[in-house]
Design a protein around this ligand. Structure first.
Ligand SMILES: NC(=O)c1ccc[n+]([C@@H]2O[C@H](COP(=O)([O-])OP(=O)(O)OC[C@H]3O[C@@H](n4cnc5c(N)ncnc54)[C@H](O)[C@@H]3O)[C@@H](O)[C@H]2O)c1
Length: 417
């Protein structure tokens, strides 16, 4: 049998066996190939499904083309204090928003709050970029179709500007030039520019109107004035609609407590009076130092015009609605009412319920006695007027957020400044 078998192994049937084996091997190879082809097809299908789900593959990004009835606003500095509040309002008004920020001073946490409130990926996008980076700026404008730019991004501390002026000219003046050139190159039609009452310097006559001569006395005010001049000169031969808003001292936060002001701890010393009051109320600093009690004002302390951020943002929305091609609108954004530092401190004590320790010191060089706006032009032309004019209430709102966000927005990322 074995032999036979062996023999048979050399006989036809055996040959036929070997052919069968070949067929079997062949069919196995074939089925292997088929398996591999099927596997490759399924992998490719899977990749296509994954890619199709990614916003860049399936359809062009909603940010890359204009959509009738939808205004796409680029909010530079949208992770910062005022920019984040403006983005919130624009999103609430159903606008499409792109935030660009290098997070040098702003907070990713603020962007996350906005993303949680407005999860539709076609309504809000965040781009982490530095406006001093020409390549990045051009990429942003090439890949997105903006209807308008609200240019908030800036370093914004008067004291710091006197110590590091070049940083201010670079960050404010040169970066604004970069944004303006990109807007011109890509046909973006509207610019709302964040300027400041610091461009007026120390006018002799109060209140300050838009016609008050601009004679800034520190690099911050000068850099902003230069940026304004550039924008206005450019607009003379352009179709662009431009609104320049000169803010007075901004306070307050979102009345619904979603956003607040959270400057970096290391910037506290340059910070604004409301921040210092809250820090004193929280025990972060021992108390307040009021510099100068012999100014020619009712109680001897400096007088300023405090504008609530909710009102300020509303002024931007009105500016956007009224912006006209080939026209430049320049507006003071203030309440028109001056409040002394003493008044402010008293309001802050009441708002926080803390008997903040106050030390009265000599004047600080460079401070001016009185600054307050004449806001009648913006009322007349844009139908805007401040609504949140109760200092204590504005501070109370901001205090609620400060108390529940002792570490600001928590984690921070930083690229550079
Ligand atoms: N806060 C005020 O009282 C006040 C008053 C007058 C004018 N302003 C102007 O309002 C604007 C916003 O001020 P704010 O108080 O919200 O300041 P902020 O520091 O809270 O916000 C500024 C934002 O700009 C970002 N930024 C700075 N440089 C950038 C760059 N090179 N590239 C990208 N992002 C950059 C920061 O990271 C930050 O998020 C500024 O232009 C400021 O000059 C503010």
């Amino acid at each position: 049998m074995l032999n036979y078998s062996r023999n048979r192994a050399h006989s036809k049937p055996n040959r036929s066996f070997s052919l069968e084996a070949m067929d079997l091997a062949d069919s196995r190879r074939k089925s292997n190939v088929t398996g591999k082809v099927l596997m490759a097809i399924s992998l490719i299908t899977l990749c296509i499904i994954i890619l199709k789900r990614s916003p860049n593959f399936s359809s062009p990004s909603p940010f890359s083309h204009r959509q009738p009835g939808v205004t796409h606003v680029l909010v530079t500095g949208g992770a910062g204090y005022i920019g984040s509040h403006a983005a919130l309002r624009l999103l609430k008004d159903s606008h499409r928003v792109t935030i660009v920020d290098n997070l040098s001073r702003g907070n990713l946490g603020a962007v996350k709050v906005l993303q949680q409130l407005f999860p539709d990926p076609a309504q809000l996008q965040f781009i982490y970029a530095d406006l001093g980076d020409a390549k990045a700026v051009n990429k942003i404008f090439s890949e997105n179709e903006f209807d308008a730019v609200m240019h908030f991004a800036a370093v914004a501390y008067v004291g710091e500007s006197t110590m590091d002026p070049l940083r201010y000219y670079h960050n404010i003046t040169s970066n604004t030039l970069m944004v303006l050139k990109a807007m011109a190159a890509h046909g973006v039609k509207t610019l709302i520019y964040s300027s400041t009452c610091a461009t007026y310097g120390e006018p002799k006559k109060m209140p300050i109107t838009e016609g008050t001569p601009q004679v800034p006395i520190n690099p911050y005010g000068k850099a902003k004035k230069m940026a304004e001049d550039m924008i206005i000169d450019f607009s003379k031969n352009s179709d662009m609609a431009v609104m320049v808003l000169r803010y007075f001292n901004v306070i307050g936060s979102d009345p619904e407590g979603r956003l607040g002001e959270a400057p970096r701890p290391e910037l506290r010393e340059h910070g604004r009076i409301s921040g210092a009051c809250f820090d004193a109320a929280l025990g972060i600093i021992p108390g307040l130092k009021v510099k100068g009690t012999d100014y020619k004002t009712a109680d001897g302390t400096c007088v300023r015009d405090y504008i609530d951020v909710t009102d300020l943002v509303d002024a931007h929305v009105k500016a956007l609605a009224h912006a006209k091609p080939k026209k430049v609108g320049i507006y003071n954004v203030g309440t028109g009412k001056g409040r002394s530092v003493k008044e402010f401190v008293e309001a802050c004590k009441k708002a926080t319920g803390v008997d903040i320790k106050v030390e009265y010191l000599d004047r600080r060089p460079g401070d001016y006695a009185e600054v307050y706006s004449d806001p009648s032009k913006i009322l007349r032309e844009l139908n805007w007027t401040a609504q949140y004019t109760n200092l204590q209430e504005s501070l109370q709102t901001a205090w609620r957020w400060q108390k529940s966000h002792r570490n600001g927005y928590g984690t921070r990322m930083s690229l550079h400044s």
